[in-house]
Ligand binder design. Structure first.
Ligand SMILES: [Mg+2]
Length: 195
């Protein structure tokens, strides 16, 4: 099944290319073979819980795997400079953006435009929130990986965002596009082939 098949305009903006339980389930070799050259990854509740200051062994392993495969890794978070820079430095990440203002385009656009040799299909976003991480990917027609939030984000999201996120999950499930907890195996498009 084609990844960006039209299934209602709005739903398309919220549809990830891949849906996995955790970043540890991401098959980096498959991404590499698919032609991915840049990974733009969220921090809070994607790599570590929002209250965890430093990267753990799994995060180190994942970032090493991505970078060793030749895929560039950029950390992009809506959180503040202190939080993002401390984490990035501990993780050995040289490219990081704080206050990214996802899902707004301005800051993300800068990153993408600075790599204008890349096609949008060679860029993949990773994140735990549909209304932030997946929406911004789709706005740039890039690939995306939705992960299950490491901890409940309920307390941190504004009630409006939480309402929206839950509505979107329900809507995607109703349209048979994505079911919460029904994960793919890490291959782009595979989730949708399974349906
Ligand atoms: Mg997040």
């Amino acid at each position: 099944m084609i990844i960006n098949e039209k299934k209602g305009l709005l739903s398309n903006f919220f549809k990830p290319s891949i849906y996995v339980r955790t970043f540890k389930d991401i098959n980096v070799n498959r991404l590499k073979n698919h032609g991915i050259k840049l990974m733009i990854c969220d921090l809070d509740n994607t790599l570590v819980p929002h209250y965890t200051k430093f990267p753990n062994k799994d995060v180190h392993e994942f970032i090493n795997k991505v970078q060793n495969s030749g895929i560039e890794f950029v950390l992009m978070s809506n959180n503040i400079k202190k939080r993002v820079s401390i984490f990035a430095k501990k993780a050995g990440i040289t490219k990081f953006i704080w206050n990214a203002q996802k899902p707004f385009k301005t800051k993300v656009k800068k990153i993408i435009e600075s790599r204008n040799e890349l096609e949008s299909s060679e860029i993949i976003f990773v994140g735990d929130q549909i209304i932030m991480d997946i929406l911004i990917a789709n706005r740039f027609k890039c690939e995306s990986i939705l992960v299950q939030p490491l901890v409940s984000t309920d307390y941190k999201m504004s009630s409006f965002n939480l309402f929206l996120e839950n509505r979107i999950y329900k809507n995607l499930e109703k349209k048979n596009i994505l079911k919460k907890g029904n994960f793919s195996k890490g291959k782009i498009g595979e989730y949708f082939e399974l349906l």
